[in-house]
Design a protein. Structure first.
Ligand code: PMP
Length: 361
């Protein structure tokens, strides 16, 4: 007999998370543009730091992540005591749901929101609530109208995935002020670095008791495989999250790599510069092909086709050309493809293959 799952709703309602595809039969080295990774990889300084940390693998890592927290705080002007580190920002989402919701309570996210919000809510026995967007943008009024005393967490990815749209700070502030005091607003800044001048909402976290910001090393820093993210939160929330965090959740190699990466300002600045130029070129090129593409504030674009059949045909055409992108059907966009901004030559290949597709279509 298989062991019974703890008596709680939700777990068997969880659909398995589907990550971006990474292999393509018939192509030894496909061009992978399906997971919003940094096409330039990790900073060389991070690689050096990780290689030397590997030699210390017989030691348990730091339990309080003091070195990494100090580096993040110094570089971003944050208070190190308000930082809690996790195995990717995924783990911070999980900690928040474990600590703040359960049966009878709600976790709100937007219509096309990141899959982990729903998964972590259900894993905690809570009810995920999806709020409609307006023109692929977060609708603050709709969220405020739907929030009740049972709503304890609201997750807003800004910029959003998979739409790549962005909500200005004044809207986030209005949202934070309008939610019940018992509800935590979580600003998921997985793609915050890609917006010039946006710091992820740090001032809002510092001004209020109920706002948390999340950041990750997986995107701009090119360390998706290392699994490091963090939350920036009021101290009372950090205290709660640390109580449920495993003592050695981050490996010594991960801590060393992330610390070196955050200090390598020139590397990340150069990656962001290329991303901004290439994102504009990719968007312009896609529009010229007659495809729908909103302005992107991240390191990917959402390309809209006439319908699902055309999106699938374009996906198949790209695959034939050795290019893997994401068909965001499970995000509610069956008629679209999400394409990560790659190196200049990668983006030229994408535009060439889609021009070929549109020419043939
Ligand atoms: N939030 C958003 C909006 C994301 O797109 C992702 C990754 N796809 C994450 C959080 C989680 O990233 P990680 O766990 O790698 O930090």
């Amino acid at each position: 007999m298989t062991a019974p799952i703890r008596p709680q709703p939700g777990i068997l309602d969880i659909a398995l998370y589907q990550g971006g595809q990474s292999a393509l039969p018939g192509h030894d080295a496909p061009l992978k543009l399906s997971s919003n990774e940094n096409p330039f990889g990790p900073s060389p300084a991070a690689l050096t730091a990780m290689a030397s940390a590997l030699g210390e693998s017989h030691r348990y890592p730091s339990t309080d992540h003091a070195g990494l927290r100090a580096a993040i705080a110094e570089v971003h002007g944050l208070d190190p005591d308000r930082i809690v580190c996790g195995v990717g920002s995924d783990e911070i989402i999980h900690f928040l749901c474990q600590a703040y919701v359960g049966p009878g309570l709600e976790v709100m996210h937007t219509e096309h929101g990141f899959a982990m919000y729903r998964i972590s809510a259900l894993a905690a026995g809570a009810t995920p609530v999806e709020v409609p967007e307006r023109d692929r943008r977060v609708d603050v009024e709709a969220i405020l109208a739907r929030a009740t005393d049972a709503t304890r967490l609201v997750f807003i990815a800004n910029p959003a995935n998979p739409t790549a749209t962005f909500l200005p700070m004044e809207d986030l502030t209005r949202l934070a002020h309008g939610l019940p005091a018992t509800c935590i607003l979580v600003l998921d800044g997985a793609y915050a670095e890609f917006v010039d001048g946006y710091d992820g909402g740090k001032a809002l976290v510092e001004a209020r008791e109920n706002v948390v910001m999340m950041r990750t090393f997986s995107k701009a820093y090119g360390l998706g495989g290392l699994r490091v993210g963090y939350g920036y939160a009021p101290r009372a929330i950090v205290d709660v999250l640390n109580r449920i965090r495993g003592p050695f959740n981050l490996s010594g190699v991960a801590l060393a790599g992330a610390e070196a990466a955050v200090r390598d300002l020139d590397w990340v600045a150069e990656c962001l510069r290329v991303n901004a130029t290439e994102r504009a070129r990719l968007t312009g090129g896609l529009r010229q092909l007659g495809l729908g593409c909103d302005e992107s504030f991240a390191n990917f674009v959402l390309v809209r086709f006439a319908d699902e059949a055309e999106a699938l045909a374009a996906d198949a055409h790209l695959k034939q050309a050795g290019i893997i992108v994401r068909h965001p059907k499970n995000y509610g966009f069956p008629q679209a493809l999400r394409i990560t901004v790659g190196k200049p030559e990668d983006n030229s290949r994408v535009l060439g293959a889609l021009a070929d597709f549109k020419g043939a279509a």
